[in-house]
Structure formats: C-alpha cells, structure tokens
Design a protein around this ligand. Structure first.
Ligand SMILES: Cc1cc2nc3c(=O)[nH]c(=O)nc-3n(C[C@H](O)[C@H](O)[C@H](O)COP(=O)(O)O)c2cc1C
Length: 342
C-alpha cells in the first residue's frame, strides 16, 4: 500500500460483531476503554427488526458512537426497509453479514451462504443504499464476509465477489481471513479449523486500492494490529477484545497516538458503576452487564477472585451492586494496573 492510499483511508480499529456478546452494555463498557474503536452490534435478522421488539433490538447509548449495526438477510426489500429504520435510529453505518455459518442462519438464506450469491448481496446493498438515501441520511452500507465458502474458495472467486458487490456502491469490506464450511463444522469450529490466510486479504487491498479493506481473524495484540495496518486500511478484533478487554485501553495510544481514556482497570470499573446502577434501576439484571467485564483483570493478581465473585454471585443477586464492589475489592491493590504496564 502506498502512503497516499493510507491518507485516503485513515486506519480504523473495530470490535467485531458477536452474538450474545456485543450487546449495548458490552459496547458501553468497551467505549470507556477506547474512544477510537468502532463498535458493532450483534447480528440482527432483518425480519426480527421489522416485526420484533424494535426498541429492544436497536436502542443504544449515545456514548457508543461510532456504532455500526449488523444485519442478516437476503431479501432486498426487507433489507432496504430495515436499513432505513436503522439509519433513522442513528447508527453510523449498516453492515451486511456474509460470514455467519450457523444452520439457523443458512435456513434464513443469509450469512456465509451468501458468498455464493454475490448478485443477491449486491441487490440488497443497492436497495439499502437507496432506501437510506431517500430518508436523507448519509449512512454507508458495508459488508463483512469470509475469504471463501465450501468449494467456492479461490482467490479469483473472492475478487469476483468483491467486484460484484462493490458495483452496487459498497466501499468497505471487512474480510474474516478464513473460509467457512457450511456442512460438518459448528460455528465455533468455523472460527478455528479453517486456516487463516491474511495474505489473501492483503492481496485484495492491492487489487482494489480504491476500496476500504478491513482485516479480521486471529488478531490478539496491538502489535498484531500494527503489522496488519501495513497492508490494509483497518483491523477488526473479536474474541481477544471481548475476552481480554484491557487490550482496548491500549488502542487509542498504541494505534492512534492519542491518550487512553482510562488510566487503570480499576478506574474502568469505577466508571462503569454509575451506568450499571442506572440500568439496575430499570430492571436490567446485574449479570447481564458484569458478564462483559470478567476478563478485564486477566493476567494480574486478584483476577481469579474478581472473575469468581462476578460469575458465581452476580447471577444469584441480580439487583445487588454490592457484588461488583466486592469483586473490585479483590483487585484494588493491583500494582501493575495501568496502561503503561502492558
Ligand atoms: C460469540 C461469537 C459470536 C459471533 N457473532 C457474530 C455475528 O453476529 N456476526 C458476525 O459477522 N460475526 C460474528 N462472529 C465472528 C466474529 O465477528 C469474528 O469474525 C470472528 O470471531 C473472528 O475474529 P477473531 O479471531 O478476532 O475473534 C462471532 C464470533 C463469536 C466468538
């Protein structure tokens, strides 16, 4: 990549969409750790948004911006209607899921199976862009895909997929650098068994310099992200960001040269507490929020006790903020608790 390319697309860092994990409480917590991270919702099926409890699915905290909603679907009409609603709701971008391999999703004919139908993805993206524009909103439509699926896994095919979808106006592609196997592997195995091929994603950037290419899959540290940003416009981190969220506190400084918004893990929890109290008052159970911070102290003394108190006692005491204070007492004296200590 040349320097001028990089100026066209300022580097980006995002936390991957993850069902059951990146809900609004999780995203609020992640935002306390990084101002620069782009946050994603869990995947929402378009029919659920159209016919379900819309506020429950779509509401987010204003602090979460920039926040991207991820949609699953393959019917251009439904996807367009859903996109218009999401744009109106205030999301900063709308991402189409072309990577999820689960059975349930395949039956609905969306997710990774759509790698085999680039024209369908293009038709959805085009209709979504038109619907969002008609509402007077400038909200980009983006795509998250795999490098291949089943037997459709050649480099040429991936380029054909990207080219076809880009013709509908999509300028940003997040590419999970492993193929998906739709039969025989569970969704979990589909995140570990097929080998990573980061280089193939780099070659897509070289081939389509005008597109924003964001790489995903297997990145576990700021160093990993920096190395990838030599080749592509952005990095997306999933499991490592969720399981060891302190990684996020190093993003602003490590990747963007800006001060971290929190000085220590303890400070991060203390700043999360007022939010937790507000939500408890609304009836949200404690564990629905504290489950997202279990890995915060990973690798420092007291981490086990912190995790144990929260995972054992929060589910049994759904209204008691005291459990969070009790967990925090186990890690308050941690010496190595600072951004610089990493
Ligand atoms: C619990 C879990 C749920 C996930 N749900 C989604 C999802 O809703 N949409 C999606 O595009 N990918 C989903 N993924 C895949 C991640 O977004 C990401 O592509 C994958 O984990 C690889 O990145 P990583 O190696 O950094 O974790 C999920 C992953 C996990 C672990």
């Amino acid at each position: 990549m040349t320097t001028s390319d990089r100026r066209l697309f300022p580097a980006s860092f995002s936390v991957a969409p993850m069902v059951d994990w990146t809900d609004r409480h999780c995203r609020y917590f992640h935002r306390l750790l990084s101002k620069r991270a782009i946050l994603y919702t869990e995947m929402l099926a378009a029919p659920a948004v159209l016919r379900g409890d819309r506020a429950r699915l779509l509401d987010f905290n204003t602090e979460e911006h920039p926040v991207v909603v991820q949609l699953g679907g393959s019917d251009p009409g439904e996807m367009a209607e859903t996109a218009a609603i999401c744009a109106e709701w205030g999301y900063d971008a709308i991402n189409i899921n072309v990577g999820c391999p689960s059975d349930r999703v395949q039956k609905g004919r969306f997710g990774a199976v759509l790698m085999k139908e680039p024209q369908t993805v293009a038709a959805c993206a085009e209709a979504m862009g038109r619907a969002v524009g008609a509402g007077g909103r400038d909200v980009p439509i983006t795509v998250k895909c795999r490098i291949g699926v089943d037997e459709v896994d050649s480099e040429e095919y991936l380029a054909h997929f990207i080219e076809t979808v880009a013709a509908s106006g999509v300028k940003t592609f997040v590419i999970h650098a492993r193929k998906a196997l739709l039969r025989g592997l569970s969704p979990r195995e589909n995140r570990t068994v097929p080998p990573l091929d980061h280089e193939r994603v780099h070659r897509m950037k070289a081939r389509f310099p005008q597109l924003e290419i964001i790489i995903n899959g297997g990145l576990a540290s700021i160093g990993d992200c920096k190395a990838q940003l030599e080749h592509v416009d952005g990095v997306m981190v999933g499991r490592a960001a969720y399981q060891t969220p302190w990684l996020l506190a190093q993003v602003d400084e490590g990747l963007f040269g800006q001060p971290s918004p929190v000085k220590s893990r303890v400070e991060a929890v203390e700043r999360f507490i007022p939010y937790v109290e507000r939500r408890l008052a609304e009836g949200v159970p404690l564990n629905a929020m504290t489950k997202h911070i279990l890995g915060l102290f990973h690798g420092v003394p007291g981490a086990r006790a912190f995790r144990r108190v929260l995972s054992e006692e929060a589910p049994k005491n759904p209204t008691d903020i005291g459990i969070l204070h009790k967990a925090l007492d186990h890690v308050r004296t941690v010496k190595a608790d600072s951004v610089a200590a990493e």
